[in-house]
Design a protein around this ligand. Structure first.
Ligand code: DO4
Ligand code: MG
Length: 281
């Protein structure tokens, strides 16, 4: 089942996406629906099916949920750790350490303010010359760290700023439109094996493909539950928060994002998250 949000009569509402189109769930955002499903101890998919209007609208999915907080994990795929160490001129350094050790890298990516849904521009900082997409599987959290659902994420990052000094990480990671989420919210019960998903990412420029990469989530070096456990230690992350699980696709410097490029991330079970890039002012 595919859930998400649409604009209906100018208002953001949750919706069920099926063959007929988008069936709105009146008076509920996805956060409302998630909260209600928790209170009623009901699977969110079943509740959505009960509440959805019979009449489908021809509406495109917007941000699948407005997350109160977005967190992200890093160096969870070997490719991400080794690329970043190589950037610093070391074969094995601080990134290999994090990849290997029990404690994962977990950082704050922002709030709904910095998130965009499919079709909306992702940001390139005006002071970055090497901004890259980071295609990632994302989990949407219910209460007490329960995995409520999955979506796709683009952890857009200014890699040149990150590379210059580790203390610049927050500036490389957090700015306007630095996080794309979508296209939809797939309830956890409909995606029983998140460790066997084929993810692809392409960048097109003036209609021509300039980058294509792929990875299987089987290469994810951590259990998602372990990432959540570290995130929630002494940290009361609210329901509806989103956790990005790290990138396994690394884009070369030649394909650094320029305005107008289109980044498309695809996992067949979740859909296609596609965003043009634009300078974040
Ligand atoms: O510190 C680096 C960030 C790593 C990251 O975001 C990733 O591996 O996805
Ligand atoms: Mg990342």
């Amino acid at each position: 089942m595919q859930l998400g949000q649409i604009k209906s009569n100018g208002t953001t509402v949750a919706a069920v996406f099926d063959q007929s189109g988008a069936r709105p769930i009146p008076e509920h955002t996805m956060l409302d629906l998630l909260r209600r499903a928790e209170v009623q101890h009901e699977p969110i998919g079943r509740l959505a099916a009960e509440l959805a209007s019979r009449h489908a609208e021809d509406a495109r999915p917007i941000l699948p949920i407005s997350p109160p907080e977005v967190w992200a994990c890093g160096c969870t795929y070997e490719t991400s750790a080794s690329f970043r160490d190589a950037e610093h001129g070391t074969r094995e350094g601080m990134y290999a350490y994090v990849y290997r050790e029990a404690r994962p890298e977990v950082f704050f990516k922002g709030t709904a303010r910095v998130c965009v849904g499919t079709g909306k521009p992702i940001g390139i900082r005006p002071d970055s010359k090497f901004t890259a997409p980071e295609p990632e599987l994302a989990v949407i959290l219910g209460s007490r760290g329960r995995i409520a659902g999955f979506t796709l994420a683009n952890d857009v990052s200014a890699w040149d700023i990150e590379r210059e000094n580790a203390l610049y990480l927050p500036q490389s990671k957090v700015y306007d439109a630095c996080c794309a989420l979508g296209p939809v919210f797939v309830p956890a019960e409909d995606l029983p094996d998140p460790y066997n998903l084929q993810m692809t990412c392409t960048i097109t420029r003036d209609g021509a493909e300039i980058f294509s990469g792929s990875v299987s989530t089987a290469r994810l070096h951590r259990r998602i539950e372990t990432l959540i456990e570290y995130l929630l230690t002494a940290n009361r992350v609210p329901l509806g928060a989103v956790l990005l699980t790290g990138t396994g696709i690394i884009v070369p410097q030649e394909a650094a994002l320029t305005p107008g490029d289109v980044v498309t991330i695809k996992v067949p079970e979740i859909g296609e998250l596609s965003n043009p890039a634009a300078i974040a002012e």
